[in-house]
Design a protein around this ligand. Structure first.
Ligand code: UDP
Length: 235
């Protein structure tokens, strides 16, 4: 395996599959079996899961919600998704725990770096819920933060597209994919890969990012093995 310890970012939106909202159980079980497969190979997996399939603070603010309350609702949405993934993983016999950035025992244990690393070393797939606990952040920044804290070899961003493109491939059919790209090129070209603040945080602290299509079954194992199917982001 090329990677021993990874931070995987899963978006809430991909969890909804073909539905317009909420959680698609088929997608959930596809994710769970792919995760168990690489955990069984000995890869230590930390996961940050988004909440966009349920609520986003920014969209809420446009509808008149207070931004901070809306962001808190979004963070709670990530907890719902984390519990769903926890349940799907437990159902197939995987070792899994949820740590939350906001205290809410018994839903999950409160996150600390030391507890996270203990769990990872003991072979638990560890899901980090409630983002960073702070409004005005997203689960992308949550992922770069947790990725650095757990000293992951890289941050894997599972998306619905095959990697980073010159333009949005869902809108521009002439867009081409990068096999690799530097952090600065992403920033200079303003490519919409993930939040700028998350990209800057990875750049400043040398955390490599791999962007790949998580919705194609089998891809997770391929990228963890070092197959160049997505886009590799480097200094
Ligand atoms: N959120 C937040 N702080 C964080 C992480 C998330 O306020 O540290 C809120 C924010 O409103 C965000 C929502 O939770 O829109 C859901 O997360 P995100 O949009 O990142 O989910 P995704 O796009 O990955 O589904």
């Amino acid at each position: 395996m090329k990677y021993n310890r990874i931070l995987l970012k899963l978006s809430g939106e991909s969890l909804m599959g073909a539905q317009g909202y909420g959680i698609d159980e088929n997608r959930l079980s596809e994710y769970a079996s792919q995760l168990k497969e690489i955990a069984d190979m000995g890869v230590q997996i930390g996961i940050v899961i988004g909440g966009g399939n349920i609520f986003r603070g920014l969209s809420g603010a446009k509808k008149g919600y207070d931004r901070v309350k809306g962001d808190q609702m979004g963070m709670l949405a990530t907890v719902i998704n984390a519990l769903a993934l926890n349940s799907a993983l437990s159902a197939i016999g995987a070792k899994v725990k949820v740590l939350t950035a906001i205290r809410m025992e018994p839903i999950g244990e409160f996150y600390t770096k030391d507890r996270a690393i203990d769990l990872l070393n003991s072979g638990y797939i560890t899901i980090f819920a409630a983002g960073t606990s702070c409004p005005y952040f997203t689960t992308d920044t949550g992922s770069s933060l947790r990725g650095l804290e757990i000293e992951a070899d890289a941050m894997f961003k599972g998306t619905r597209v095959d990697g980073i493109y010159t333009a949005d491939p869902e809108k521009d059919p002439s867009a081409t994919k990068y096999d690799d790209i530097s952090y600065d090129e992403i920033l200079n070209k303003n490519l919409k890969v993930m939040d700028l603040s998350a990209t800057v945080m990875c750049r400043d602290n040398n955390l490599p990012i791999v962007v790949f299509n998580m919705d194609k079954v089998g891809n997770l194992k391929k990228v963890i093995s070092g197959e160049n199917i997505g886009t590799y982001v480097h200094p």
